[in-house]
Design a protein. Structure first.
Length: 212
C-alpha cells in the first residue's frame, strides 16, 4: 500500500485566496519556560488544501459537522485536464469519462496548476468547469469534486456558479490539491477529512490518496 500526500503545508506567508489574510503562528509556550511547546494558530477556514461545505455559499445548507465522517473518504477518479485549451472544461470532456465518473465517489481534476504554487500565476488563467458541466456533474452520486487550483470558479467570478451548482447537490468541494500528477490513471482511495467544526463552512484538510 502506498499513501500519497495531496496537500500543501500550512505556514505563515503561504499563498491564500486574494484579499484573505495568511495564517499567523504565535509561540505561546516554550519547553524552556513552560515545559512544553505550543503555538496559537490563526487562519481562515478555507486556507491551503481545504474543503467547502454546502453552507459556504448556500444559506441553510449542510455544514461540515452535519456530514458523517465516511462522507470524506471514498473511491476516486482522476481526470487529466492539463491539456485543456481555453478557460473552461466543457461537458464534452466529462462525457468521455462518464463510465468512470459513474462508479466513483470523488472526481479530481488535474490541471497542473499546483506547479505555480507560490507564484502570482497561480491565481490566474486556470481552467474551470463550465456552468453546464457543473450542472451535469450534479446528476451523479458524487461525494466530492476536487481540483489543484485556487478555486473551482474563475478568478474574476462574483456569482460563483460552479460552486453553487455543485454545493446545491450536496457535493463537497476540495481546492488547492497538490501532486495530482503523481497519481495513477487507475481508480484509488481518496480521503480529505476536515476538522469537525460546529457549523463549519470549510476546513483545511490533509488530503491523501491510497494506492494498492
Amino acid at each position: 500500500m502506498k499513501v500519497i500526500d495531496l496537500s500543501h503545508p500550512i505556514s505563515p506567508g503561504m499563498p491564500v485566496y486574494p484579499s484573505t489574510e495568511p495564517p499567523t503562528f504565535v509561540v505561546s509556550c516554550t519547553v524552556e519556560r513552560d515545559g512544553f511547546f505550543e503555538r496559537k494558530i490563526s487562519l481562515y477556514s478555507h486556507t491551503g488544501t481545504h474543503i467547502d461545505a454546502p453552507s459556504h455559499m448556500i444559506s441553510g445548507a449542510r455544514a461540515i459537522d452535519e456530514f458523517p465522517a465516511c462522507h470524506f473518504i471514498g473511491k476516486a477518479y482522476l481526470l487529466d485536464a492539463s491539456s485543456v485549451k481555453g478557460p473552461e472544461i466543457d461537458v464534452s470532456i466529462l462525457k468521455f469519462h462518464e463510465p468512470w465518473i459513474k462508479r466513483n465517489e470523488f472526481l479530481l481534476f488535474h490541471t497542473g496548476w499546483d506547479r505555480l504554487w507560490g507564484d502570482e500565476g497561480y491565481f490566474e488563467g486556470y481552467p474551470v468547469l463550465s456552468e453546464y458541466a457543473a450542472d451535469w456533474l450534479g446528476n451523479f452520486d458524487l461525494k466530492g469534486v476536487g481540483t489543484d487550483t485556487i478555486s473551482l470558479d474563475s478568478p474574476d467570478s462574483r456569482d460563483f456558479p460552479v460552486h453553487k451548482s455543485l454545493l446545491r447537490h450536496g457535493v463537497i468541494l476540495i481546492e488547492n490539491l497538490a501532486k495530482l500528477k503523481s497519481l495513477p490513471r487507475a481508480e484509488f482511495l481518496f480521503a480529505c477529512l476536515p476538522l469537525n467544526l460546529k457549523d463549519g463552512d470549510g476546513s483545511p484538510v490533509r488530503a491523501i490518496a491510497v494506492i494498492e
